[in-house]
Design a protein around this ligand. Sequence first.
Ligand code: DX5
Ligand code: ZN
Length: 224
Amino acid sequence: MKILPSILAADYWRLGEQVSDAERGGADRFHIDVMDGLFVPNLSLGIPIVEAMRRGTKLPLEIHLMIERPERYTDAFIKAGGDLLILHQEATPNLHRAIQQVRQAGKQVGVGINPATPLGVVEEVVENLDLLLLMTVNPGFGGQKFIHEVMPKLTRARALLQQRAPRCELEVDGGVDLTTGPIAAAAGADVLVAGTCVFAHPSGPGAGVQALREAVKRGLAAAI
Ligand code: DX5
Ligand code: ZN
């Protein structure tokens, strides 16, 4: 199980300190949310933060592009230090080309879909992916409630990957905490993105990562 702190929930005044703490706590890579105010009703982080993170951590950086026509910016985020770029299927009519563009630049590529988007839209590209992301909130904001209705889609996604792309990771993002993380893991997720749950931990983000990992371990053990 991989745990990815979403720095959207970090205290930006102490970003470097918090990133190092999360790294010491066993984070597997960092998740950076990029929003354009069009694809989602919010603005967030951009290229300078990715560059700064690149200088401050050795862990891989995953860029979640919640922007219209993400193909316009893939090269810029790769140049800034992104290792894995997530494109939203809903944000481009040229998903295949956008995926190829990231691949040709030598980086890993994922595709994300919103809660209302059916799994079938990724069927023709799944073999080209390193990661499939199922959003468990409507993208745009941290601290929202986990949408449990996505769980049957997650189980179907696990079956699809097993058959067609066994090495592709299956990630969930949004509302993941000590209760919902184990539920998503049991339904087939092997990568959990967590913002609030990690950064709001009273003992800091490192302890937040550890608490989530323990909860998932206990949940999976209980399911066996
Ligand atoms: C939401 C973002 C998430 C967000 C998750 O649009 O994609 O990555 O930071 O935050 P929490 O874990 O607080 O729901
Ligand atoms: Zn995200």
